[in-house]
Design a binder for this molecule. Structure first.
Ligand code: NAI
Ligand code: SOE
Length: 399
């Protein structure tokens, strides 16, 4: 061995292990940001993770004949074998096993329910639905059809976040008192940014459902439910700073009905207090997702801009060396890291989607449940609904 470090040889083992694979054909709907990210996940997962199943990029779907050329260019770039122009036709195909829904939020429910009825496994982007009533219908559809399903709350699968879960489950923090999370961006400060249309559907409630609550806080809520358990009730405030924007459908100024910013407090079932903040008006922040958890013995904090580090403070440390430890998650005994390169070499945002694919394929192979499923994501949706109701009514709301 060129290096006596066991984690190094483990990496080589994963890299060279011969694999016999069965195929699972993927049909992708939506070839924008997430269409690319998921396609990369399917392409990379079999190179780095040993699963019985290998995804095959079988078909990508355009919106209609009008964007056929763009869809074909995407297919050529990513290696999809065929292009469809109607997602309803694509999901009828016998040679499609998994349908991956990477479209704006208002399309998730109709597409996912139709896929379940067609007996397809489903990967759906977040947020699950426009609201929890719709989410419940989606859950019932996949459960009735008995099809495997997942929602792409990918941040769970960033190794430092997975390590946070491990430390909490091992009881290292002790009783938890505080959970604090932020997701800050600044891309809608300019009043000239329109609402609606291909690039700015997130600003139109008809296609997004909500603003930062469903788009950004949903991620924070998913992570929080996973790390710290159920949320019982919420008290929220939302603001829409720019009240009217040009709508791409009409070319005219129309009222903006999404939340530009949202802050909320909550009680968790374990007795801890939660404090969440999200905005698209935090000048200087592009995607600052952070959380901090304070327990009786120890605290942890994490920052997406430095995603490889988990900060950890343990009061039980010897007092003369006690302080915040800056743990760099790049060694083979850290979650997922035994599948990548050698110790010390970083991975990034897109790898959380590779991990997601690898874990999903493993759950198909073993028959074990995959999390977050539609049912798990419905819990996040219920918190989002309670947050928006609380802000509208200026009252505490039970989830
Ligand atoms: P995007 O705007 O980049 O792409 C959306 C795609 O959907 C486009 O290719 C568009 O042509 C397609 N589409 C729209 N209507 C369609 C129809 N009727 N039939 C077929 N295709 C249609 O959007 P983006 O950023 O990829 O977001 C998609 C979803 O992913 C959203 O639900 C969003 O919330 C979620 N998302 C999740 C992220 C994460 O970190 N997990 C990051 C970004 C987005
Ligand atoms: C919005 O800018 C966005 O892309 C969200 O849609 C994603 O869910 C989040 O992960 C990053 O920001």
């Amino acid at each position: 061995a060129p290096n006596q470090d066991p984690s190094f040889s483990l990496n080589l083992y994963y890299y060279w292990k011969p694999i016999v694979m069965k195929t699972l054909n993927v049909g992708l709907i939506g070839y924008g940001f997430m269409g690319r990210t998921h396609s990369n996940g399917y392409s990379q997962a079999p190179h780095f993770f040993t699963n019985e199943y290998r995804p095959v990029l079988k078909a990508v779907c355009a919106r209609s004949e009008d964007d056929m050329e763009a869809a074909q260019a995407f297919a050529d770039q990513w290696g999809y074998e065929s292009v469809e122009t109607d997602w309803r036709e694509m999901i009828k195909r016998d040679d499609i096993d998994i349908v991956d829904i990477c479209t704006p939020n208002h399309l998730h429910a109709e597409m996912a329910i139709a896929c379940a009825e067609a007996g397809k496994m489903i990967v759906c982007e977040k947020p699950l639905a426009m609201n929890s009533a719709q989410g419940e219908e989606m859950c019932q559809a996949v459960e009735k059809a008995g099809v495997k399903n997942m929602v792409s709350y990918n941040y769970r699968r960033i190794p430092a976040v997975t390590l946070a879960k491990q430390l909490i489950d091992e009881g290292r923090l002790g009783r938890i008192f505080h959970y604090r999370a932020n997701f800050l961006q600044d891309w809608t400060i300019n009043a000239d940014v329109p609402q609606g249309g291909a690039a700015t559907w997130r600003l139109d409630a008809k296609s997004a459902g909500s603003g930062v609550t469903g788009d950004l806080l949903a991620h924070c809520i998913d992570t929080a439910l996973w790390l710290n358990g159920e949320i019982l009730d919420v008290s929220a405030v939302t603001e829409t700073f720019i009240k009217e924007r040009v709508h791409s459908d009409t070319g005219k100024k129309q009222p903006v009905t999404i939340d530009d910013a949202c802050n909320f407090f909550c009680h968790f079932k374990n007795g801890s207090l939660g404090l969440f903040e999200s905005t698209r008006y935090a000048r200087g922040h592009k995607a600052l997702y952070t959380f901090e958890i304070n327990g009786e013995h120890a605290s942890i904090r994490w920052d997406l801009h430095d995603l490889h580090r988990l900060e950890y403070f343990d009061h039980r440390d010897d007092s003369i060396v006690r302080g915040w430890r800056n743990v760099h998650i790049s060694d083979g005994d850290m979650p997922y890291m035994d599948h990548w390169w050698v110790p010390g070499l970083n991975i990034g945002y897109e790898h959380s989607f590779v991990h997601q694919v690898a874990d999903f394929l493993k759950s198909i192979e073993t028959g074990e449940a995959f999390h977050p499923s539609f049912r798990d994501a419905l819990e996040t949706q219920k918190v989002c609904d309670a947050v928006l109701e609380s802000a509208a009514e200026r009252a505490w709301k039970n989830v």
